[in-house]
Design a protein around this ligand. Structure first.
Ligand code: NAP
Ligand code: MG
Length: 404
């Protein structure tokens, strides 16, 4: 059989159990069928440390050049990791570095299968969360007030003029916070959301608390509305989708009553909280994909989960593990599909779809990892270890490709 040819994408290797999965997925499910053409960057923690984290920056720059990347989960070092890996310093999260360079928005979508029912029974379609990944409380300044006093919010313009707004007369102890966002970041967030909704042909919802936050949240609402009217209304109407703004508390009620099938854009903190709620309600973190979309159309795919450290330590002791590779496989299929769509490479796009179908069919047939076996209804699951599950997917994939 001749292997499918492709233009290059950026491949970012990672850490621990997902690094083991990464290699197995390539060997079992990709390389036999596709002549994988990747620019390889090793974002494993030892190599990030050796290069002073330059490799992460190089990988992000490569995504700007090639427009498509696929990333394995990586360790974000903390104090304990600095000791474990004897690091030169506590390197920043690779995802934060890449996001800062690409200036993107992260979209998280669940992978649905027939026998895993969401906790919310009427969610028959996936809900994709678009989280604004800049500013607000994640880049705030705070004061712990310990005595009576007065607080102002002061802005000093470049020309020296000052704007002062009183915040609070403290009679005793309390807390204070100053946070910000920029029009530039909100605009690129809006563009990413409108473009992504068009690419998946789903309605876009956006919600904030603009009735209470009459400057801050109101600005988000107005910028989205302006960009929609000027640049997207016509494209949305042609695609048969809509843009819908509502207050966050109204949105939460509507989301719970909905059937899913839309993209929900949220400010940074709201997106952080809601993405964990939505992914849990859909079943499992191991069935959640994540894609970073930059405003100029670069796509970086990955699994939403981490490096599955607990399984890795068992693997190192020689024990078999039942780690679920689905989200990592879907990161690859997402990147291959995107590459195929950009280049008009129909064979590559079709392969990505067949690979995803093979994964879902294998699970529907009852073969799965332990985490899924605990969630399925209506069938008697066969719990496999990681290798056994990958072999079962390969078997289904072989059958599907032979039938093509
Ligand atoms: P995690 O790797 O997502 O794992 C948490 C737990 O969730 C696992 O112990 C496992 O539960 C379950 N799980 C997650 N993925 C699974 C899979 N594919 N198959 C089966 N079970 C799965 O989160 P963590 O343990 O908090 O973080 C580990 C490391 O990952 C940290 O160093 C963190 O910095 C990093 N991280 C990276 C990213 C990223 O690169 N995007 C994201 C998050 C975290 P059981 O042990 O109960 O089976
Ligand atoms: Mg969170």
């Amino acid at each position: 059989m001749t292997r499918i040819q492709m233009n290059p994408i950026v491949e970012m290797d990672g850490d621990e159990m997902t690094r083991i999965l990464w290699k197995k997925i390539k060997e079992t499910l990709l390389e036999p069928f596709v002549e994988l053409n990747t620019e390889y960057y090793d974002l494993g923690l030892p190599h990030r440390d050796e290069t002073g984290d330059q490799v992460t920056i190089d990988a992000a720059e490569a995504i700007k050049r090639l427009h498509v990347g696929v990333k394995c989960a990586t360790i974000t070092p903390n104090k304990q990791r600095v000791e474990e890996y004897n690091l030169h310093q506590m390197w920043k999260s690779p995802n934060a570095t890449i996001r800062a360079i690409l200036d993107g928005t992260v979209f998280r979508a669940p992978i649905l299968t027939a026998h895993i029912r969401p906790y919310v029974g009427n969610w028959t379609q996936p809900i994709t969360i678009a989280r604004h990944a800049y500013g607000d409380i994640y880049k705030a300044s705070e004061i712990r007030v310990t005595q009576p006093g007065h607080a102002d919010l002061v802005f000093t313009a470049a020309d020296g003029t000052k704007t002062t707004v009183p915040v609070m007369d403290f009679a005793g102890a309390g807390i204070l916070q100053g946070m910000h966002n920029t029009d530039k970041s909100i605009r690129s967030f809006a563009h990413s959301c409108f473009d992504y909704a068009l690419s998946v042909r789903q309605d876009l919802w956006f919600s904030t608390k603009d009735t209470i936050s009459k400057q801050y949240d109101q600005t988000f609402k107005l910028i989205f509305a302006e960009i929609y009217e000027n640049e997207y209304r016509q494209k949305f109407e042609e695609a048969g989708i809509s843009y819908f703004y509502t207050l966050i508390d109204d949105a939460v009620a509507r989301v719970i009553r909905s059937n899913g099938g839309f993209v929900w854009a949220l400010k940074n903190y709201d997106g952080d909280v809601m993405s964990d709620m939505v992914s849990t309600a859909f079943g499992s973190l191991a069935m959640m994909t994540s894609v970073l979309v930059s405003p100029d159309g670069n796509y970086e795919y990955e699994a939403a989960h981490g490096t599955v450290t607990r399984h890795y330590y068992r693997y190192l002791k020689g024990e078999t593990t039942s780690t679920n590779p689905i989200a990592t496989i879907f990161a690859w299929s997402g990147a291959l599909r995107r590459r195929g769509e950009i280049d008009g490479n129909a064979a590559l796009t079709a392969f990505a779809g067949t690979l995803e179908d093979a994964c879902l069919e294998t699970i529907n047939n009852g073969d799965m990892t332990k985490d899924l076996a605990l969630l399925v209804h209506d069938i008697e699951p066969r719990t496999l270890d990681t290798d056994g599950f990958l072999a079962a997917i390969r078997n289904t994939l072989d059958q599907k490709l032979a039938a093509c």
